[in-house]
Design a protein around this ligand. Structure first.
Ligand code: V47
Length: 353
C-alpha cells in the first residue's frame, strides 16, 4: 500500500514511510497534515498565558548547543533566591498567568531543597497556578547528585506540588548525535524512562525535539517514533514540540541551517506520524512568530504562550527575551484565519478570544 493509501485508511506509517514523507511536495504534505489537524481541532489554535522562570544558569553539564548556561561565552552566573522567584510569580499573577514554567540548569551548589521547596512555596501562595517544572534532564541530574532513584525524585516532585513536566532535555534521541551535542547528560533511554515513570504516577508531560543542527532527517523520524512507542504505552504526552535550533553564542559548529520549508515539512510530518499525541506545538520562540503562524496550516494546533520572559533560546539568538503581548498574539492568530483559544496547561479550554 502506498503512503497516501495508508493515510486514507488511517493505517500507521512505518519508519520507511515516514522518511519518504520528506520527498512529498510541500503543499501536498501541508494538505495531509492539515486534514488531520482539522479533524482533531478544527480551526482552533491553543495558547496559554504563562510565565517562564529559569532560576539558575550554573550547569554541571556542557551541551554544545546551549548559550544559556554560564560558561566561557556567558560569564554572567546567577542563582535566584526563593524570594526573588516568588516576587516574579506575584507580578505575573497580576498579569493573569495560569502557569509557571520553571526550568533550571544543573547547579550542584544549591542543595536539593532549593530545587524542590520553591514549588511548595508557590503552591501555598497561589494554589490556582499550574506548576510545570523540572525537565527529565533535571530529574536525572538531581537523582545522580543526591543519590536518589528517579521514583524517589518523582515522589518528591509530587509532594512539592509539581503538576506537569515540560518536554525539555530530549534534544535528539539518536545516541551518536546525542553524544556529539550533549554527551554526559541524561541519555535517551533515561529521558524516556523518566517520562514513563511520571506518566505511570498519573501525571502528564510534553516532549520536545531539538532539530536543525547536525541531525539528519532519519534522526528526526527515529526521535518521533520512539515518542510514539512510549505514548502507546502510557498516553501521558500532551504535546510534541519541535524546537528549531538557534545558533548564536554556543559551541556547536553547524554548516547548513534549515530552510523554512524543511521546518514546515518537519511540523507536518510530526502531525502525520504522531497519531497518538493530540497537540503539535509550533513554539514561536524558535520558529519565529511568522513561521509559527504558517505552521498552523502544516498541522500545528498550539502556539505555546505569552511567556513574559524567555532566557534559554533568546541567549542563542531568538527574539523572545520579553515574551509576546497577549493582544498581539491573539490578533496574529485571528488574522491568520484561526480561532485563538486560551487553554490551561493540560488543554482544558478556558476562553475563546
Ligand atoms: O531542552 C537549548 C532547548 C529546551 C537551544 O514543555 C535550544 O511546553 C534552540 O524544552 N536553540 C528547553 N533550542 C525549552 C523547552 C520547552 C520550551 C517551550 C515549551 C516547553 C513545554 C518546553 O531548549 C532544551 C533545549 O532543547 N535549547 N539551547 C538553542 N540554541
Amino acid at each position: 500500500m502506498s503512503i497516501l493509501e495508508k493515510l486514507k485508511v488511517r493505517e500507521r506509517l512505518t519508519y520507511e514511510d515516514a522518511i519518504k514523507l520528506y520527498d512529498l511536495e510541500l503543499f501536498e504534505l501541508a494538505s495531509l497534515a492539515n486534514k488531520i489537524r482539522e479533524e482533531k481541532h478544527g480551526k482552533k489554535t491553543y495558547f496559554n498565558i504563562n510565565r517562564h522562570i529559569n532560576p539558575t544558569n550554573i550547569c554541571k553539564d556542557v551541551c554544545q548547543f546551549c548559550a544559556y548556561s554560564a560558561s566561557r561565552k556567558n560569564p554572567n552566573q546567577y542563582t535566584m533566591s526563593h524570594e526573588e522567584i516568588l516576587d516574579i510569580v506575584e507580578n505575573s499573577v497580576k498579569n493573569d498567568i495560569k502557569e509557571v514554567h520553571i526550568v533550571s540548569a544543573h547547579n550542584p551548589n544549591t542543595g536539593l531543597e532549593w530545587y524542590l521547596d520553591i514549588f511548595k512555596k508557590i503552591k501555598e501562595k497561589y494554589p490556582q497556578i499550574h506548576v510545570k517544572a523540572l525537565t527529565a534532564a533535571e530529574v536525572h541530574f538531581l537523582s545522580e547528585e543526591y543519590n536518589l532513584t528517579y521514583e524517589q525524585i518523582i515522589e518528591k516532585m509530587i509532594e512539592s506540588g509539581v503538576d506537569s513536566m515540560p518536554g525539555g532535555g530530549a534534544e535528539i534521541f539518536d545516541e551518536t548525535v546525542r553524544k556529539r551535542i550533549c554527551g554526559g547528560k541524561v541519555s535517551s533511554e533515561q529521558w524516556l524512562e523518566i517520562h514513563k515513570l511520571w506518566h505511570k504516577s498519573g501525571h502528564q508531560s510534553n516532549a520536545t525535539m531539538l532539530f536543525g543542527h547536525v541531525e539528519s532527517r532519519e534522526n528526526r523520524i527515529d526521535h518521533m517514533l520512539r515518542l510514539r512507542d512510549l505514548q502507546d504505552e502510557t498516553g501521558g504526552f500532551n504535546a510534541f514540540i519541535p524546537l528549531v535550533y538557534q545558533k548564536e553564542n554556543n559551541y556547536l559548529k553547524v554548516k547548513d541551517f534549515l530552510t523554512g520549508q524543511e521546518i514546515l515539512k518537519t511540523m507536518a510530518i510530526a502531525r502525520i506520524l504522531l497519531d497518538n499525541i493530540p497537540n503539535i506545538k509550533a513554539y514561536w520562540v524558535t520558529s519565529t512568530t511568522k513561521l509559527a503562524l504558517l505552521a498552523q496550516e502544516f498541522g500545528a494546533n498550539d502556539l505555546d504562550g505569552t511567556i513574559e520572559k524567555e532566557s534559554i533560546q533568546s541567549a542563542a539568538g531568538a527574539k523572545s527575551a520579553n515574551g509576546i503581548a497577549l493582544e498581539n498574539f491573539v490578533d496574529l492568530i485571528k488574522n491568520s484565519g484561526f480561532i485563538p483559544v486560551e487553554r490551561d496547561s493540560v488543554y482544558n479550554e478556558i476562553k475563546v478570544w
